[in-house]
Design a binder for this molecule. Structure first.
Ligand code: UT7
Length: 329
């Protein structure tokens, strides 16, 4: 048995809604530009609630819906680019909050591709027989690292979390994942401030820190856009080729929600109608690794994805990372 199944999926989105017009008091922008260039109308902000908390809210609901007990989960994988602490991992915070001590718990940072990487990892752990069930939690608070003086990026991001309990199943599964580190500088946030320590002075080293480069997210939008419109359709084609399945066999595509124009371009390159793409970028903006599971949870809730449907999840992000997973729901 090499397949997996989402036993349950649940999401948690913080309640504070930020509208496009809310940005006009501090940057030169307008609702029309944001809507037409990105497809975003609103995004939600956590307003100081920690990332681990929104993650554990989603995880708690997912476990409740899964029909299994907490002690049947052997691994927690948290995907996040916005942890509250560098150590411990957000997964350990979530484990503590949910009273699940004992199982393995770790974070992965593959940026916006995090969920597809985590699902692939869950499948490999489950297929090896070393774990029974895996809890994947994607929790992001981009509002914490957004550069609010950069009008081309600050309007894009939002906060949110989604979690799924994954178990073994006799179903089809395939993945195509990768990264291109040559684009590492196109999308980055430096959070580790190299605090001066006594040995700089003792060894006569001047680390030449650029104070402006710490903390905030920087994006070369045009380069990321170019990468995205190429890699999204390619990753889908590759995973379908590996799985021996045609694009027409897929019931629903769940893409990373970064920009509606990127998704439209990918859909047109693949020859797939937009109705087959699960979308919620208008409400939540780009929530990095939480965006795919948020869109997946919504499509399931709205009856757009049913048990037995063939789905493809596809993401790309900082790294530059990318990946597509094909599976049956
Ligand atoms: O998960 C992470 C992955 N990230 C992405 O997928 C992002 C990929 N990139 C993008 O989505 C797009 O490049 C952006 C949405 C970031 C920018 O859209 P664009 O169509 O590439 O706009 P642009 O950078 O070419 O800018 C066009 C114009 C410029 O003005 P000029 O130089 O033509 O006068 C910008 O200064 O739009 C201006 N502009 C804005 N105007 C109003 C940039 N941001 C804004 C804004 N409001 N917020």
């Amino acid at each position: 048995m090499r397949g997996i199944k989402f036993l349950s999926i649940a999401s948690f989105v913080p309640e504070t809604v930020i509208k496009n017009d809310d940005f006009t008091s501090f940057i030169e922008t307008n609702d029309e530009w944001i809507k037409t260039r990105t497809g975003i109308n609103t995004r939600h902000y956590a307003m100081g609630v920690p990332t681990w908390k929104i993650g554990s809210n989603a995880a708690e609901k997912a476990i409740e819906k899964s029909g299994i007990q907490k002690d049947e989960i052997d691994l927690i994988i948290c995907t996040t680019v916005t942890p509250d602490t560098l150590i411990p991992s957000t997964a350990c915070h979530i484990q503590r909050e949910l009273d699940m001590s004992g199982c393995m718990a770790f974070d992965i940072n593959c940026a916006c591709s995090g969920f597809v990487y985590a699902v692939d990892m869950a499948q490999k752990y489950i297929a090896s027989g070393s774990v029974r069930n895996v809890l994947v939690v994607s929790a992001e608070e981009l509002s914490k690292i957004t550069d609010y003086s950069d009008r081309s990026s600050c309007i894009l991001f939002g906060d949110g979390a989604a979690a799924t309990v994954i178990g073994p199943a006799d179903t089809d599964f395939n993945s195509f994942l990768g990264a291109d580190g040559r684009g590492a500088d196109y999308l980055r946030a430096t959070s580790i401030h190299p605090l001066p320590h006594p040995f700089y002075k003792i060894k006569g080293v001047d680390p030449a820190v650029d104070e402006n480069d710490y903390g905030f997210l920087y994006q070369d939008g045009k380069e990321v856009y170019k990468f995205a419109v190429g890699i999204m359709p390619l990753a889908v084609e590759k995973v379908l080729e590996k799985a021996g399945v045609s694009v027409d066999d897929i019931d629903m595509f769940i893409p990373h929600q970064a920009n509606i124009r990127i998704i439209q371009t990918a859909a047109s390159k693949l020859g797939v109608p937009m109705e087959k793409f699960s979308l919620n970028i208008d409400k939540f903006g780009n929530t990095s690794s939480a965006s795919i599971p948020l869109a997946l949870a919504e499509a399931i809730e709205n009856g757009k994805i049913k048990r037995g449907d063939k789905i493809v999840m596809v993401g790309f992000g900082a790294g530059l990372t990318y990946g597509a997973v094909y599976m049956e729901y």
